[in-house]
Ligand binder design. Structure first.
Ligand SMILES: [Zn+2]
Ligand SMILES: [Zn+2]
Length: 269
């Protein structure tokens, strides 16, 4: 389960496995809203609680400690507990920005793997994903890996579930990649149960084939996964992909989140 807090004043949300990183995020986010009300940057500072309307005054410059302390009283009522499917759900399409510390991204991936009956990993680094998979107590019944990486695949036999690694040629085009992907998606979609996909090469496709081709490819992929009732997430590194490029793809995803250390936050903030 995850702790989830949503702002209410804007679309900002945070998910964390432990309560404390989520509470820190809530406190600093609400303080960000509140500090705009400051008069001219000198004390006294007035604060008003967005939940209960309580007000207070601080006579010395702080980082909003009085409001932050007050907010902890509301923590039990403003945090929801949700399952991993709140992040990656059947038919859902998530853009996952990694690279901001990212422990939370690894934790999310492991939980998605744990939830899956069928799993498709499209990746240039199969060892990394399969190592994560090997750490899951109950791995998916079936896993397919599409990759251009050459064998041996170090953890393929260590996962405890059935793993089919399909090696693609290094110079593979988008048409062929589409065919290979849709074959697995159709097959796994027909088998029922929970089906998840990690598509780890969106950034590489943009770099190699350009934005327009990547847009078309991801649109097609999203249509197939919708039919198969699979949940898909696209890890991308915001340090490698310019924001303008990712903004252009924005409409292809239900939600984008940014992985930070120990928490996931809605990406715009
Ligand atoms: Zn907000
Ligand atoms: Zn209050």
């Amino acid at each position: 389960m995850w702790y989830r807090w949503t702002c209410g004043g804007c679309d900002h949300a945070v998910w964390s496995r432990n309560l404390s990183p989520g509470v820190t995020e809530m406190q600093s986010h609400l303080w960000m809203h509140h500090r705009r009300k400051r008069s001219d940057g000198t004390p006294p500072y007035r604060w008003e609680c967005p939940y209960c309307g309580a007000t207070g005054v601080e006579y010395v410059q702080t980082d909003g400690n009085a409001l932050k302390n007050h907010l902890t009283e509301h923590v039990p009522s403003v945090f929801d507990t949700v399952s991993t499917s709140d992040l990656v759900h059947p038919g859902g399409r998530l853009l996952l920005y990694t690279g901001g510390g990212g422990t939370a991204a690894t934790v999310m991936r492991k939980h998605v793997f744990f939830d899956a009956d069928s799993l498709l990993l499209v990746t240039a680094t199969p060892d990394k994903q399969l190592e994560l998979l090997s750490e899951i107590p109950f791995p998916p019944v079936r896993t397919a890996v599409l990759t251009t990486a050459s064998p041996p695949y170090e953890y393929a036999d260590a996962t405890g579930g059935q793993v089919d690694v399909i090696q693609l040629e290094g110079g593979i085009g988008l048409t062929e990649l589409a065919r290979e992907s849709s074959d697995v998606i159709e097959d796994y979609g027909d088998r029922g149960g929970t089906f998840h996909i990690e598509f780890d090469i969106a950034g590489a496709i943009i770099e190699r084939f350009g934005l327009e081709s990547a847009f078309k490819f991801i649109s097609a992929l999203n249509a197939w996964i919708h039919r198969a009732e699979a949940g898909i997430y696209y890890p991308v590194s915001s340090s490698k992909q310019p924001k303008s490029v990712l903004n252009a793809l924005d409409g292809l995803f239900d939600r984008s989140i940014r992985a930070r250390e120990k928490r996931l936050v809605s990406s715009f903030n």
